[in-house]
Design a protein around this ligand. Structure first.
Ligand code: AMP
Length: 233
């Protein structure tokens, strides 16, 4: 009799374990802070449908102008009338999204006081996305973006990716070249503009490789990657 009870109890525990992941998945679909329902993070394969045609640095403008195409729907994580958050096709970390503004602003130096509310909106949504993903994320702008159309990165702090191929890729996220979104907004609010010292920021990309977590020097990208496997734990 006791054996039967034990068997029934053990089967019950197994059932509970098997439903647990599903319950968590459903919970992850809702953020607690707003009514927005975000999807699970489900990045398309690397370089899925990267925008072709026209100049390469216009790819984000093309995406913003063709959000309803089937390819762009597949790579869109969130969209509203002001911003589109898309999977970065060359993710520089385990999770990497780009928030692209839909208004015709090229880069941070074009920002004016009239854009403060727009930035607040975008940053708020981005922070909610980061909270929803439940992973340590960094949210910020590249001081000197390579792509036209104002955008910022929502990227997990691991910085582990096959797409990090050189010092410039890594330093663009691991140094002050990466401008936290709150810093950009504060400067815009206080000064009415965002000023970028080009030489200073270009030099940061040439910095020697240093782990962004423990600041230890790293000889080269393969060594850095090996180190990050441990340091990220
Ligand atoms: P940045 O301009 O430096 O702030 O970053 C531009 C981002 O756009 C990078 O993270 C790239 O991986 C990403 N990117 C590059 N080419 C494309 C493309 N064709 N479509 C979408 N994103 C791209």
């Amino acid at each position: 009799m006791q054996q039967t009870y034990e068997n029934v109890f053990s089967a019950f525990v197994d059932i509970c374990k098997s439903v647990e992941p599903k319950k968590q998945t459903e919970e992850r679909l809702k953020t607690t802070e707003t009514n927005i329902t975000f999807p699970l993070f489900d990045a398309p394969p690397v370089a899925f449908g990267t925008t072709k045609g026209g100049s390469w640095d216009n790819a984000l403008i093309t995406i913003a102008n063709t959000l309803s195409s089937e390819t762009n729907k597949r790579r869109t994580f969130y969209v509203d009338d002001k911003i589109a958050i898309v999977y970065d096709p060359y993710a520089k970390a385990k999770m990497h999204l780009l928030c692209i503004y839909r208004s015709n602003i090229d880069n941070p130096t074009q920002l004016k006081t009239e854009h403060v509310e727009l930035l607040k909106h975008a940053h708020t949504i981005a922070k909610q996305v980061a909270a929803h993903l439940r992973v340590d994320m960094m949210i910020g702008y590249h001081a000197i973006p390579s792509m036209r159309r104002l955008h910022f990165h929502i990227i997990s702090r691991d910085l582990v990716s096959d797409c990090i191929k050189n010092k410039k890729h890594y330093n663009s996220f691991a140094t002050d070249f990466f401008l936290p979104c709150d810093k950009v907004l504060t400067e815009l609010e206080s000064k009415g503009k965002v000023t970028i010292d080009k030489t200073k920021y270009e030099n940061l990309l040439k910095n020697d490789l240093k782990c962004h977590r423990c600041k230890s020097s790293q000889k080269n990208i393969p060594k850095l990657k090996e180190h990050l496997e441990q340091c990220n734990k």
